[in-house]
Design a protein around this ligand. Structure first.
Ligand code: TXA
Ligand code: MG
Length: 336
């Protein structure tokens, strides 16, 4: 397989002009690239994905190479509908049907025992596979036209901030991706919720776009997998993730943030109005809405990280309910 070195940021920013507004022609071109084993930037309602042919080991290997992602961290396979997704599963637990009927298409990923057709590279050699049916119309159009599973991790280099716009994908991965389909800003803004389902108890592997309370309303109490330091038993639980380049510290209250001009503060709600602040403030949702905060989260974290005035980042934690839990989990990993 050809190896392409990933270039330093400044050159990548200058070169990348691979963003194309989605159209029937752009979708057809994307399908052609996927069939050749190349990668495409794909919008979804959660974050942008780095899409490759889900059953082609060379394309899967290229995803790991471009993302610089360790091979033990498995990928999500995307499908146009439930029938396509479940065709990859060895067994379909009742809970899987219940959740799929309620939340697909949408920001939920179901991990289930896999059939042999699913390549080991997609699953990190695990006996399970992660399945998702995204709702974004461009993802749906691409999946229908491609007519097979599309593997797509978030389109960022491993451990970094997830992209929620086509431009962010282009800046992050540059010409390693020949085409980024532009489907606008992501409507959810956080990755899908990932849940493991078997004949036994369901386990939440990643909080995300569907609040866990909504899953529990259907399934009863759901156990949480714990974060770990190195190679995880349940991948996706790595403590260090979503990392900005600059140091990030989390605080409970605004009063704990140093009053320096080179501090960037990621805030939420009315906190920013409580005291004068000489640094740079980005507010996830001045109105204090968690949905709006989710949509803005990765974009504003990236904006502070890229702001040349800022040397150190601070974030105040959000209310611990609904999407606030999913955002706090990302903040904690970004700060660790
Ligand atoms: O919203 C999303 O899920 C986005 C969009 C593009 O669909 N994709 C995404 O993919 O976030 P990625 O690769 O960044 O995150 C997938 C997560 C990882 O934490 C991975 O470890 C976990 O899902 N995962 C995948 N397969 C798994 C499996 N068989 N068992 C446990 N965890 C799995
Ligand atoms: Mg990711």
């Amino acid at each position: 397989m050809p190896t392409k070195t990933i270039q330093p940021d400044s050159t990548r920013k200058a070169q990348a002009n691979n963003v194309v507004k989605s159209s029937p022609e752009a979708i057809a071109r994307a399908v052609e690239l996927l069939q050749q084993g190349q990668l495409v930037g794909m919008p979804t309602e959660t974050v942008y994905g780095l899409a490759g042919h889900g059953l082609n080991p060379a394309a899967l290997a290229r995803i790991f190479e471009v993302k610089q992602r360790p091979l033990f961290d498995p990928l999500i396979l995307h499908f146009a509908d439930m029938a396509g997704a479940f065709a990859m599963a060895r067994q379909i637990p009742t809970a899987a049907r219940v959740l799929a009927q309620r939340f697909w298409p949408g920001p939920l990923t179901l991990v289930m025992r896999k059939l042999d057709v699913v390549p080991d590279l997609a699953t990190g050699g695990l006996a399970t596979v992660a399945l998702r049916v995204p709702a974004h119309p461009v993802a749906q159009a691409l999946l229908r036209a491609f007519d097979g599973p599309i593997a797509a991790p978030s389109a960022n280099r491993f451990g970094r901030i997830s992209p929620t716009s086509a431009q962010a994908v282009s800046v992050e991965l540059g010409l390693a991706v020949p085409l980024v389909l532009d489907g606008g800003a992501c409507e959810v803004g956080l990755e899908s919720t990932v849940i493991f389902l078997s004949e036994h108890k369901p386990v939440l592997l990643r909080a995300g776009g569907v609040p866990v309370e909504e899953l529990e309303a259907l399934l009863g109490p759901i156990e949480r997998a714990r974060a770990v330091d190195d190679q995880p038993q349940a991948p996706g639980q790595l403590k260090h993730h979503y990392a900005p380049r600059k140091p990030l510290r989390l605080v409970q209250r605004a009063a704990e943030i140093p009053a320096r001009a080179d501090v960037g503060w990621l805030t939420f709600g009315k906190q920013s109005l409580e005291k004068p602040f000489s640094g740079v403030v980005e507010n996830l949702s001045p109105k204090g809405q968690l949905r709006e905060a989710a949509v803005n989260f990765f974009r504003l974290l990236r904006a502070l990280d890229d702001n040349p005035r800022v040397n150190e980042l601070y974030a105040t934690l959000l209310p611990t309910e609904g999407l606030g839990l999913a955002i706090n989990e990302r903040l904690e990993r970004a700060a660790s």
